[in-house]
Design a protein around this ligand. Structure first.
Ligand code: UDP
Length: 354
């Protein structure tokens, strides 16, 4: 089969890195990079580190509002799909690139395969939630990381075939984590020692676009026990500058601000952190997998199993709740969630049966 894969942002490069290898052993794959993430630190570094093939096409569509960006991607994908004429279009996760790829394909009567189908926060104010719900309803094959995701799809009566395959990001993380744990250099380069620091990421629109929420985020960071390593996403950096809060953040004692990191360095910092604070979906499950307690800076999560297992606490932007969560002991049990590291292989098998 000829599969056209559409990717555009950081977590999608990681997911595609898991699936692309086994997919190319049995099928022809063409990779389209929409350009949603164009910064080298969010894009090129992942292709290099994870061995992902160079994109066959680059659309160069970054920036703009969600609606405008999605519309531009649709307009660029329509002639491309006609020209390439794939048998199916493969999309990952919940970004504008996901929705644009799925909608352009469905309009062209092509089968859509959605990896990471069925995830729900049930918060329709999140652009990601709109993207994933719509993509699931456009898909012919819905590949889910968990039984909860499959149950969500059943409740919504999606038309496509649903399969639980596990999480493809877990495949990559499981392979990386042994060396990440043994890497003493990376924490040292950031001026911290294993087990003694907090790792922080924050970039969701709901946390950084509204100046009042951003103010609350800076206050929360200032209340955290040092040292804290914070790789600053370009979106967050831009919003901090707009709101006049960048200087205040830089002056917080014990805060080590860095550029966004490549996967290898970030995994080393994650695996050796005392705890992680994040509003990222991917980071919540990677922390769980690494046995590192997670404090999620959101009021809800799609990765509900990590919360139920007691390893992840939702605190939104409440600094007191974050400190209480950091003081709590993690549970002694950590059941295996989201698969066994073979999710990509199952995805490829399911695609072969399309
Ligand atoms: N990540 C990274 N460098 C960083 C921060 C995160 O490599 O500085 C990785 C992280 O390990 C995870 C992924 O990026 O695999 C998460 O991406 P992001 O938070 O952008 O997206 P989300 O998962 O929230 O959709």
């Amino acid at each position: 089969m000829k599969i056209l894969t559409v990717v555009g942002n950081r977590p999608q490069f990681i997911k595609a890195a898991a699936v692309s290898g086994p997919l190319r052993e049995r099928h022809e794959e063409l990779l389209v990079h929409t350009g949603q993430h164009y910064d080298d630190s969010l894009s090129a570094v992942f292709f290099a580190e994870l061995g992902l093939a160079r994109p066959d096409r680059e659309l160069g569509i970054g920036g703009g509002s969600n609606t405008t960006q999605t519309a531009r991607m649709l307009a660029a994908l329509e002639p491309l799909l006609e020209q390439i004429a794939p048998d199916a279009v493969l999309v990952y996760g919940d970004t504008n690139s996901t929705l644009a790829g799925a909608l352009a394909a469905a309009q062209a009567n092509l089968a859509v395969v959605h990896v990471e189908a069925g995830m729900r926060s049930f918060d329709r104010r999140m652009p990601e939630e709109l993207n994933r719900v719509l993509t699931d309803h456009l898909s012919a094959l819905l590949l889910c990381p968990s039984d909860t995701a499959a149950a969500n799809l059943k409740a919504e009566s999606v038309a496509g075939r649903v399969e639980v395959v596990g999480d493809v990001m877990v495949d990559v993380a499981m392979r990386r984590q042994p060396s990440a744990r043994a890497d003493e250099r990376t924490p040292a380069e950031h001026g911290v020692r294993g087990g003694e620091y907090l790792l922080l990421t924050a970039h969701r629109a709901g946390n950084v676009d509204d100046p009042q929420r951003l103010r609350a985020l800076v206050d929360l960071i200032a209340a955290l026990p040092a040292p804290v390593v914070f790789p600053l996403h370009p979106r967050t950096r831009a919003r901090l500058l707009d709101a006049g809060l960048a200087g205040e953040l830089e002056r917080i004692d014990g805060l080590r601000l860095t550029e966004p990191l490549g996967y290898v360095q970030f995994s080393a910092l994650l695996c050796q952190a005392r705890a992680v604070l994040t509003d990222s979906g991917g980071v919540q499950k990677e922390a769980y997998l690494a046995g590192v307690p997670c404090v999620t800076l959101r009021a809800n999560t799609e990765w509900v199993e990590t919360v139920a297992a007691g390893w992840n606490t939702l605190v939104d932007l409440d600094a007191g709740a974050a400190l209480a969560a950091l003081a709590a002991q993690p549970p002694s049990e950590r059941p295996s969630l989201y698969g066994d590291g073979q999710a990509a292989e199952r995805c490829v098998q399911a695609i072969g049966a399309l």
